[in-house]
Ligand binder design. Structure first.
Ligand SMILES: [Zn+2]
Length: 344
């Protein structure tokens, strides 16, 4: 929990607050993701007062889309509203009825809860609630319009989607959380799980990792692009180089614990890392990242623990041993200079 506070104290930027909602809000239902996606969609239209009717269309559309693939969108019990979304998907009710039901029931648990992170309201708000007797509205604050001017605005939607996919996959698999073993496919750059021997794609590895890295290279903090053309997009880098796998069969080098996003230059540019072992300060950074995902109950928590150790001391021992073996095999260390401010 303390890690989350440190995260906010170190980087109290607007983007950090937004990301904290997506990454650390309570995961008992997916309404927060649907609302986040709706707000990101509506903000560019410039309208600041939104009635629940205005919100109903995008909100229910995002939920209905997700329910198609993952019927389970709450952790416990049932929801009359979600049943209505299912009925719409099955063609049993009209869009008008769906929208009416959404404005009536859909927002009961999300409008107040949206800004709650780690059991407490965050000090930054993206909207204010304005429930009059007749008209229930939310009023968007400048903060959400400011988010929109940021270079990474488009990434926020993908990150929300990615996080939503991770959370619903955990639920879908019956939350046998200690069995949730998220794997990485190098060729397609995706995270997946094997469910009854079927491979199930969860999300893009880039979108999943970028929530922590905030659009910066893991090594030099230069700006990176997670969704873009081949020649601009960031690399998914194996911290301990992939070439080690045949010599180190006892570790999963493709594991999420070992994956970071890096700019192309750090990975394979002039003076790039290639198959060298990152300097010790980067190892500390990797440890911090992995501990962060574990402590924040990120859906990747169980996967990282399964790959590197159940307790923090085991995980430190694992990273030390891996580093020692890697340097023993590859000899050279690698480091670079910071191109941007250290943000994690
Ligand atoms: Zn870099």
């Amino acid at each position: 929990m303390a890690e989350i506070e440190i995260f906010q104290e170190e980087f109290p930027s607007l983007e950090s607050y937004w990301r904290s909602i997506i990454l650390f809000g309570q995961n008992v239902a997916s309404y927060k993701f649907a609302l986040a996606k709706s707000l990101l969609e509506i903000a560019p239209l410039g309208k600041n007062a939104l009635t629940l009717e205005d919100l109903s269309e995008p909100f229910s559309r995002h939920l209905c889309e997700h329910i198609k693939n993952f019927p389970k969108q709450v952790t416990s019990g049932s929801s009359k509203f979600l049943d209505t979304c299912k009925a719409f998907n099955d063609g049993e009710i009209s869009k008008d009825r769906l929208l009416a039901a959404t404005s009536q029931m859909g927002f009961n648990n999300v409008i107040d809860a949206f800004h709650v992170v780690n059991k407490k309201d965050i000090p930054m708000r993206f909207y204010q609630k304005d429930y009059g007797r007749r008209n229930k509205k939310i009023v968007l604050t400048d903060n959400i319009f400011k988010l929109q001017t940021m270079k990474y605005f488009d990434d926020f939607t993908n990150e929300t989607e990615s996080r939503w996919n991770l959370v619903e996959t955990a639920w879908e698999l019956g939350i046998s959380r200690n069995l949730l073993d998220v794997q990485y496919n190098e060729k397609d750059k995706i995270l997946f799980v094997n469910d009854d021997f079927r491979r199930k794609t969860i999300t893009s590895a880039r979108d999943a990792l970028n929530g922590y890295q905030k659009g910066k290279c893991f090594y030099c903090f230069d700006d990176i692009t997670v969704n873009g053309s081949e020649n601009l997009i960031c690399d998914i880098d194996h911290f301990f180089p992939h070439t080690l796998q045949p010599m180190m069969k006892y570790i999963n080098i493709d594991g999420v614990w070992n994956l970071v996003l890096s700019c192309q230059n750090c990975n394979r540019g002039g003076g790039g890392k290639f198959a060298r072992v990152p300097a010790v300060k980067y190892l500390t950074r990797l440890h911090k990242r992995n501990e962060f995902l574990i402590k924040s109950h990120h859906p990747l928590r169980e996967t990282i623990m399964a790959q590197t150790g159940a307790s923090q001391s085991e995980r430190i021992a694992f990273l030390r041993a891996t580093d020692k073996n890697a340097v023993g095999l590859l000899i050279h260390r690698w480091g670079t200079v910071n191109k941007g401010m250290e943000v994690f």
